[in-house]
Design a protein around this ligand. Structure first.
Ligand code: TRP
Length: 453
């Protein structure tokens, strides 16, 4: 049975393809939109430090655990837990993952739509020659209007659905392999421009000098949530992608490279944004619009800035696309394998239902701005609930599954690719998934709830 499944399952074609596809999922708006705005709101360097700690100590082990589960089960998250732990409630993690995927797609595609708007605005030359205040006003006006943000949302959702319908190899692989290196280069160009603006050095200080007095329970929870969000872990995306990885790939090494690349892109985004914030007179704590307000300011100060701006927002849209497809794929793989729908039907059903929630989310900056859940608008509520609660809870159970429940022999087998690799880091990995990561996640929850001080 299982051979039959793996025989018909699509898979990535090699080492670089795997790393590129998973990095394509990980690198996206999380690094370039969400990371800088959270750093700006949560005290700069102190946030960065805790974020990097979470990435290294918790992120890599959760990612590796998801790969192990996905590759050994060859199924979607729900089916994987049902197969590896029959008759046990572990499959609820899979259900939570599908639910999280719906909510993440709703707000993530919203921001992806903002990116398309900025791509369009740079094409028409509208972003150039504006002051920080004008750019802020422009962002706010766009955000609170009803038509354009919804239109861009729908367009982006259609792109995502189109790629998912065309399948893993043709769809996901093709788009990620080419675009990532370009985005990376362009970010470096932006960093150089930002750093050489007069007064920019203050931004570096803000980003790299942790002020420990700024650390609060809220900041720690935000940093943990962001580390999960940015690495795409905690909801089964990487269980699904793990099931497409060939048996001879080194899972632990791949997780290490991907994590490094992802954190590097986030830090580069920080180096591009904060010097410019200080040089051009914005506020680091201006919130969800930070990236969209600051970047046009940098392009304006560059030779051929309008060209760079077009290319950048295009690449950022594509980076967002390689992330949204990885989230939609979770829902689609579930519908196809568990409810036996055709791939096409599943994709249409999932995209339509996400769009209903998504349109309300888009409008939560405008006409639905008065809907408030726990003092947040719908957008920020979904962001909080998924990143800060559902992903870490999912991650906690995922590492505990590998650490305490799943067969040690099968884990070793996956990590050494059936004895092919040496696996000298396995004892460290086991120690972390058994003790360090679960305790750290539990600590952050208890601490941010005020249960421990
Ligand atoms: N990690 C992506 C980003 O940083 C977003 C993303 C893709 C994601 N798949 C996910 C987040 C799964 C959480 C879970 O842009």
């Amino acid at each position: 049975m299982s051979n039959q499944i793996s025989a018909i399952r699509d898979s990535f074609s090699g080492r670089f393809a795997v790393v590129a596809a998973v990095a394509g999922s990980a690198v996206g708006l999380g690094n370039i939109w969400r990371f800088p705005y959270l750093v700006g709101q949560n005290g700069g360097g102190a946030f960065l430090l805790i974020y990097l700690l979470c990435v290294a100590v918790i992120g890599i082990p959760v990612m590796t655990s998801e790969f192990i589960i996905g590759r050994s089960a060859q199924l979607n998250p729900y089916g994987a837990f049902k197969k590896l732990a029959p008759g046990k409630p572990w499959c609820l993690i899979g259900i939570m993952g599908v639910a999280a995927a719906f909510m993440i797609l709703a707000f993530y595609t919203t921001v992806a739509g903002w990116t398309l708007e900025y791509f369009y605005q740079s094409l028409t030359g509208n972003l150039m020659g504006k002051t920080d205040t004008e750019l802020t006003g422009m962002f706010d006006d766009f955000l609170s209007s009803s038509f354009r943000p919804v239109l861009w949302f729908v367009i982006f959702m259609c792109f995502t659905a189109y790629i998912i319908i065309s399948g893993v190899k043709k769809g996901i692989e093709k788009y990620t392999k080419i675009m990532m290196p370009f985005l990376f280069l362009l970010l470096i160009v932006l960093c150089i421009r930002s750093l050489t603006l007069p007064g920019g050095k203050a931004g570096l200080h803000f980003l790299f000098h942790p002020d420990f007095s700024k650390i609060t329970p809220k900041i720690i929870l935000e940093a943990l949530g962001q580390s999960f969000f940015s690495l795409s872990v905690g909801m089964g995306t990487l269980i699904t992608y793990g099931s497409y990885i060939k048996k001879d790939e080194n899972l632990l090494a791949s997780a290490g490279y991907i994590t490094l690349a992802d954190a590097l892109v986030a830090v580069l985004a920080g180096i591009a944004i904060f010097p410019a914030v200080f040089a051009l007179g914005g506020s680091p704590a201006s919130g969800t619009g930070l990236t969209y307000i600051v970047l046009p300011g940098i392009f304006d100060k560059m030779p051929m800035g309008s060209v760079f701006s077009v290319v950048f927002f295009l690449l950022l849209s594509i980076a967002a696309l390689t992330s949204t497809i990885s989230v939609l794929e979770v829902i689609v793989a579930y519908l196809v394998e568990e409810l036996k729908m055709s791939r096409k039907k599943a994709t249409v059903a999932a995209s339509l239902s996400v769009s209903v929630l998504g349109v309300i989310t888009v409008l939560s900056f405008g006409v639905f701005g008065n809907i408030s859940i726990l003092d947040r608008n719908l957008f920020s509520f979904l962001e909080f609930l998924t990143s800060n609660i559902m992903l870490p809870v999912g991650g906690l159970f995922i590492v505990m599954f590998i650490g305490w429940f799943y067969s040690r022999d099968l884990t070793n087998d996956e990590l050494t690719s059936g004895g092919l690799l040496k696996g000298s880091l396995i004892p460290v990995f086991i120690f972390i998934v058994k003790f360090v990561a679960p305790v750290a996640i539990a600590f952050v929850f208890l601490y941010s709830l005020g249960i421990i001080r």
